[in-house]
Structure formats: structure tokens, C-alpha cells
Design a protein around this ligand. Sequence first.
Ligand code: AMP
Ligand code: FE
Ligand code: FE
Ligand code: ZN
Length: 278
Amino acid sequence: MKKIDLHVHSTASDGSFSPQELVKLAKTQGLSAIAITDHDTVSGFALAAEAGQLMGIEVVPGIEISTKYGGPIHILGYYVDVNSEKLKPVLEWVVQDRDMRNMKIAEKMAADGIPISYDKMRQRFGEVIGRPHFARILVELGLARNTRDAFDRYVEKGQKYYMPRNFLSIERSVEIIREAGGVPVLAHPFQYKRDDAGLRDILEHCMEHGLMGMECRYSGYTQEQSAYLEALADEYGLLKTGGSDFHGISKPDIRLGEGKGSLNVPYEFLEKIKASLG
Ligand code: AMP
Ligand code: FE
Ligand code: FE
Ligand code: ZN
């Protein structure tokens, strides 16, 4: 059976593998397709697609947009037009907002003697920078043991260097993916700590704005959990998707295509997504 991974981060956001390296790894792992779903950017797709052509790996354009609805919610978008003139200003707004927040974090750290420069971070990490990048630098400086520790003691909400940022609304996130020709999907549904009614509320609200799918298979989800999500997706007529949320070194327990060991996403999921595009 052909295996795929529809949730993958590259160096275009907070992953540690370049788009080309991800395609190479997908080949090694025996995957037939991967989707590049960076946070708030589609800039990793072109290089991945080029590498995919050379290596015979199907590369799906994607994105993962951070939104809020009661708490943080992530919306995945598949087959968005990466050159969409509608999507572009929206993502530019996100980058500008991130920049303002990040500069405040960097200034606060620098004022406390942590040797950090936001200009250098921009040069090194590109345009979509978030707290995971600050965490990586803190680890490199020997100020934190790992990403988790860096979050816990420096940049998690409630800690000294936490700064809030603004989010695109959940409605607009779903809509903009549709406007860019893509398929909006609710990411990792168990991350939001909702009960059945709470999850249904998210789904029903998002479906009013054009949601088309739900991520049913995900790193660490048990077969029972995935079966529950798949039944829910069928009940609502939503597409089923799945992926590992591979980030490379910052989430070392997650492997591409395999998640924490038992992830299994069939090519059939992708076929149905493609069929929905008409
Ligand atoms: P930002 O969007 O810059 O505020 O960063 C949020 C991202 O940081 C999320 O998408 C997660 O990938 C990551 N993150 C949030 N909390 C933690 C944590 N406690 N440990 C590791 N990563 C985290
Ligand atoms: Fe991330
Ligand atoms: Fe996410
Ligand atoms: Zn993700």
C-alpha cells in the first residue's frame, strides 16, 4: 500500500529539514507523497516540488494557519495556489505581526544579556519566525536543555519572554484557503482539549465558512482515537487526512511518515482530496 504524510514542516517555518531534504527523506522512508505544510507560509513548496520531480515523490502544496477559537486552533490548507494574489497580503500581514512581536522578545532578551539579534535570526531562519526559533537559539547558547525546557522557562505564556501575537480569525483562515483554491482541514483535533460537543462546535462553525476536512490520523493518536475521528468525518461528510507534523530536531520523537511509530496514512486519502478539487 502506498504511504503518504500530509503534515510536514520545513525550514521555511520551524522545521529543521530544508524542502529538498524532506523530499529525500520521504524517498528513504518509502513514501509516495508528502505535503509541505509550513506555518503561515507556502515559500517552501517550490523547492520541494522541484526535488520531488527529480526523485519521483509527489509533493502537495500546503499551509498550516494558526488561528484562535476559544484557544489556539490550526487550519491546514491543501492545494492552495502558492501564487495566489489573495493569499499573499494575508500572509504578509502575519509576517509583519510576527516581526513586531519577535522584535520585542529579542529586545527583552538582549536587555538581559542574552546574546541574540533579530536581524541575524531573520537572515538565518527566513521570514516566518516564531517562539520555536527562540527556543532553538536558547538551546544552542546552553541556556536551555531542549526546546521543551526553553518554552517552559523562557517563552511559554506566563514566562518572562512570552509576548502575545495577533491571529487571523478562524473564519478568515478557512475562507482564505478556499479563496486560494485550496482544501481547508482542521488540524490535530485532540490538541484543543475539547469534548465531543466542543469538537463538533469547532467543526460546525468552520463548515459554515467552508471547512472540507479533518486530520484523523496524527502522531501519537491511537487506532481508537483515529477511528472516532474518521467516523465523525464521515458523519459530517468531511474529507479525512493524516500526517506526522514532522519538524525534524525540535520534535525528535516524531518520524516522517511514521509519527511516533504507528502512523499510517494511505494514498487513498490524497486521492479523495484531489477528487474534491474537481
Ligand atoms: P508562535 O506562533 O511563535 O507563538 O509559536 C507557537 C508554536 O510553538 C506552536 O505552533 C508550537 O509548534 C510551538 N510550541 C508551543 N508551545 C510549545 C511547547 N511547550 N514546547 C514546544 N513547542 C511549543
Ligand atoms: Fe511548528
Ligand atoms: Fe499545528
Ligand atoms: Zn504542524
